[in-house]
Design a protein around this ligand. Sequence first.
Ligand SMILES: [Fe+2]
Ligand SMILES: [Fe+2]
Length: 278
Amino acid sequence: MDELEAKKDRVRQHLERANNLPTLPVVIARVIGMVDSPQTSSRQLGDEIAKDQVLTAKVLKLVNSGFYGFSRPISTITHAVTMLGFDAVKGLVLSCSALEDMEEALPGLWEHSLACARTCGFIAEQLGLDEVEELSVSGLLHDLGKVVLFQGFAEEFHQVRALVETRDLLFFQAEEQVFGAHHGLAGGWLLEKWTLPGKLVAPVSDHHDFRPQRSHAECTAVVHLADVLCRAEALGRGGDRKIPQLQPAAVKLLDLGMEEIRKIMERMDAELDDIPRM
Ligand SMILES: [Fe+2]
Ligand SMILES: [Fe+2]
C-alpha cells in the first residue's frame, strides 16, 4: 500500500469507530445503535430523539435556522420528520456535534453551508425536482467532512490549512495531499456508516468529483452547482480563496441554460441577503 492509500485508510478507520468518540453524547450513541438495528421503526427513533430535550432543541433550532425556508416554525421532532423526511432528520441529529464545531474548524463554513443548503432548494424548485428537502439537507452537510477531519486529526488539518495558504490550492486538493482523501469522501463515509440513503450520501461524497454515470447523479449535480455558485458569490467561506470549477457534465445533466442559472443567481442575491459575503 502506498503512503497516500495508507493515510486514506487511517481516515476511514477512524470514521468506522466514530461512534466511540468520547465527545459523542450518550443519546446520539443510542440513536446510532437504534439506526443500526433493522427492527427500529421511524416512530421509535423519532420518540428516542424527542426524549432528549437538549438534542431536540438543537435539531429544531437547526431546522428553523433558515436552511430551508419554511413559512411557519417547526416545533416538534415529529413535525420536522413530516416536513423533511425521516432520513433527513436522522442526518441532522447525527451531524449535530459536527455542525456545532463548524465555526471552530473553519470560520465562515457554517454560513457557506447554510447558503449552499438554501441554494440547493432554489435549484431543485427551478428544476421542479421532488427532493427539495433532502437536497437542502445534503447541501447543509456537503462539507461536513471538513469538520470531521478537523475533529479527528487536528494536526493534519492544520497542515491542510497551511498548504492552502502557501500553495494556493483548493481545500480538497490540499486534503488529498495530506490525507489521501478529500472531505467529500470523509463526510460520505460517515453518513454511510450512519446508514443514510444513497440519495443523501452521494451528493456529499461526490460534490468535488461529479460523474454522470454514478448513482444519484442528479442530486450530486445540484449540490455541486450550489456549492460553486455560493463560492462564486462569496457567501460564507470554504477554507480557501479559489472557486472550484463548475463541471460542464453536471450542468448538462440538469439541462440548465445560462438564462436559468442567471435566474437562480438572482434569487440568491434577493433571498440570501442575511448571509455575509466573505
Ligand atoms: Fe466541499
Ligand atoms: Fe462547499
